[in-house]
Design a protein around this ligand. Structure first.
Ligand code: BDR
Ligand code: CA
Length: 313
């Protein structure tokens, strides 16, 4: 089978960085058409810089990186330096990028690329707030035809939220955008906290990254060293959850994951539960299924895949 053509929409973020590395390490499975950046974990100027730092870390300066929306559709930007550090990529010391940011706005790039693509030929992989994707779909609804699937990290049901008691960060930052995407009619795969909190970088898994002895392996070990302190303190978990790499791992080996096709709606009005992913896991409504909501992961298989692929970089 030919590799899946994807566009990664991202707000790096240490876990975004690992997701990007996994994609770049897997050319037989994934062709990265471009990386579009959005404001989220840190402001847009930093996310669009961090994406390029990651590409250069592994000698891929030709990847096209675009800057997109610098704020959510209808709310003030909320960022997550408390998790990711001031730069968004705290942990390793990495040089500033020399590769250019593309001139085109990420939303224009999404529209132009999808309009030129064959029906159902491109997979969108959002790893941050859904502002760029929703803006593109609103401005050019016809582009939906070119999208094979949207595989995204966001939401949570059994785990509750990580930024409010009921909301996960990516959805909370731009609930209006998430609502547009979940109502788009495009086939959606969701990696919520319910699964990503099972993808934990335990000490032996971190040691395996470090033991690769490569720039990528060392950087991933140092990033997860930094990133884990937040979740260890908050949840008492064993290590950093690799939220976003679940998306790119799913593209490579979907058999690592299990979920249900269900209805998922986004809360956009109540301040108390703003950004909640109201997931009808038990089928108690007659609302039609609009997403494959993932709940389980073969974590050992996931880390074996990730380590094997990172070793190539
Ligand atoms: C999500 O929010 C960000 O902090 C991470 O990069 C991930 O995309 C987890 O809630
Ligand atoms: Ca992210």
């Amino acid at each position: 089978m030919s590799p899946r053509k994807i566009i990664i929409d991202t707000d790096p973020g240490q876990d975004d960085a690992v997701a990007i590395l996994l994609a770049l390490a897997s050319p037989e499975d994934i062709e990265v058409l471009g990386i579009t950046c959005v404001a989220g974990n840190v402001p847009l100027s930093l996310t669009s810089k961090n994406a390029r730092i990651i590409c250069e870390l592994v000698g891929k300066p030709d990847v096209k990186v675009y800057a997109g929306c610098d704020r959510p559709l209808g709310r003030e930007l909320v960022t997550a330096e408390h998790v990711h550090g001031e730069t968004g990529l705290n942990g390793p010391v990495l040089p500033d990028p020399t590769m250019p940011l593309q001139d085109m706005h990420a939303v224009d790039y999404l529209i132009e690329t999808l309009r030129a693509a064959a029906p159902k030929s491109v997979t969108l992989c959002p790893l941050g707030p859904l502002t760029n994707i929703a803006t593109a779909l609103t401005r050019a609804p016809d582009i939906a035809a070119a999208v094979d699937e949207i595989v995204l990290m966001g939401g949570g049901y059994f785990e509750g939220g990580n930024i409010t008691p009921t909301a996960e960060f990516n959805i909370y930052v731009d609930p209006q955008a998430a609502d547009i995407v979940f109502k788009s009619g495009i086939s959606i795969v969701v990696m919520p906290l319910d699964v990503t909190h099972k993808a934990l970088v335990t000490s032996p898994r971190n040691a395996a990254f470090r033991a690769l002895g490569t720039a990528a392996g060392t950087a991933v070990a140092e990033m997860t060293d930094f990133f884990e302190r937040f979740d260890k303190e908050k949840y008492g978990s064993e290590g950093a959850p690799l939220h976003d790499p679940c998306v790119t791992a799913y593209l490579i080996d979907p058999a690592l994951f299990k979920g249900r096709h269900i209805n998922v709606e986004i809360e956009t009005t109540s301040e108390l539960t703003m950004g909640m992913t109201v997931a009808d896991w038990w089928g108690v409504t007659d609302r039609p299924a609009n997403a494959l909501f993932i709940k389980d992961i073969d974590a050992d298989g996931f880390f074996a895949l990730l380590t094997e692929r990172l070793a190539r970089l």
